[in-house]
Design a protein around this ligand. Structure first.
Ligand code: ADP
Ligand code: MG
Length: 353
């Protein structure tokens, strides 16, 4: 069963399985998977639409990520964009190009990851497309959401405080660890883990057990490494609900704090002053980075894929998030712990760069 290839089961039976697995569960979905197009009931808010591609060899390497994680991450990345606009995700369209020699179990795991993430964000798969490909795999997701009031990158005002929703650099550190262990870490969502596989996964002779021993020999205990790998492999998008009424501008940190702050500043036509001492670094990041001999601050400032939200709030408003600096007229500087200012430039990942 586990060795079945896609070419042996065919597109139709795969579609039938997807259809059964993702039967509509919302009263607003009038026609779900299975017809020529989906039909959904509109509601009295603005539509927010985003799409993201993940390409093998560019965005992911199957030597580092499991199909389950790939599915989960694709959804989180898209949800993060909807949240960053102040929206709430509802409907997903999913396009997959994959080689027909791919094992069926690979696609099953991919869809398990998609399903777990969709449940996490209370979002529904309503359609998509499948295609054979001779080269690497590619995934593309389109997510449709609603926003009562959308928040753009361009609304920051001089004097606004700059906030982030959580620790930075953890995901980049997780990737550094993966590069050293050179194999996927078989983590699954907390819910799925609790339900089934944990005991099996932790037994002697399992991949997870072997991984833990490898890491232990490198001086990296599992309780330090696990949350960092999780942040990279199974990121969870941050819901802005609690501060949405106060935010003047917002962006999600996908390419790195400095480059994404730079983008927000460009759009708002302002500058920014951030304080090194206020950048939130997790205990795990500090521990692991020192073992790996890399600067945790560098990972926090320039490492990508944290999917925390970066937003601005007028000085008088209080929100529950971490204040890292303030919006200035035009200068873009970092203040170090001795109070010295130095200009920063946008550093992070750029395609075609
Ligand atoms: P068409 O030939 O009209 O494009 P398909 O045979 O590709 O139709 O798709 C049949 C149904 O299955 C449609 O409802 C489509 O949205 C859905 N579907 C196809 N691929 C996927 C996918 N990867 N994920 C979810 N739904 C899919
Ligand atoms: Mg089609």
């Amino acid at each position: 069963m586990t060795t079945l290839k896609l070419s042996q089961i065919g597109e139709l039976s795969l579609l039938e399985q997807i259809r059964k697995n993702f039967k509509k569960k919302s009263k607003n979905i009038i026609v779900g998977i299975g017809d020529d197009a989906a039909v959904v009931k509109p509601i009295d808010k603005n539509l927010v639409v985003t799409t993201d591609m993940m390409v093998e060899g560019v965005h992911f390497d199957l030597g580092f990520i499991t199909p389950y994680q790939l599915g989960f991450k694709l959804i989180s990345v898209n949800v993060s964009d909807i949240y960053a606009m102040g929206g709430r995700p509802y409907y997903l369209l999913l396009n997959i190009a994959v080689n027909k020699k791919t094992k069926k179990i690979f696609i099953d795991k991919l869809f398990d990851g998609v399903k777990d993430a969709l449940n996490l964000y209370d979002t529904f798969l309503i359609g998509g497309d499948l295609s054979d490909t001779n080269i690497g795999m590619a995934l593309s997701a389109t997510l449709i959401g609603y926003a009562k009031r959308h928040i753009k990158r361009s609304g920051a005002n001089i004097g606004d405080r700059i906030y982030v929703t959580g620790y930075l650099g953890d995901s980049a550190c997780g990737l550094e660890i993966l590069k050293r262990i050179k194999k996927p870490a078989p983590l699954e969502s907390k819910e799925r883990r609790a339900k089934s596989t944990e005991q099996r996964a932790m037994s002697k002779g399992s991949t997870l057990y072997a991984l833990r021993s490898t890491l232990f020999k490198l001086g990296l205990p599992w309780n330090i490494v696990e949350p960092l790998l999780r942040r990279h492999l199974l990121p969870e998008a941050r819901n802005p609900k609690s501060f949405i009424r106060s935010a003047t501008s917002m962006i999600d940190i996908s390419d790195g704090l400095l480059i994404d702050l730079w983008r927000l500043c460009d759009e708002s036509k302002v500058g920014a002053r951030i304080y090194i001492e206020n950048i939130p670094l997790s205990f795990e990041l500090k521990r692991a980075a020192s073992y790996l001999g890399i600067s945790p601050m560098k990972l926090a400032l320039s490492g990508g894929e944290d999917y925390e939200l970066l937003f601005t709030v007028p000085i008088k408003k209080k929100v529950k998030a971490i204040c890292i600096g303030e919006i200035t007229k035009s200068e873009r500087v970092i203040v170090d712990s001795s109070g010295k200012e130095r200009p920063f430039i946008a550093k992070g990942y750029q395609h075609f760069g």
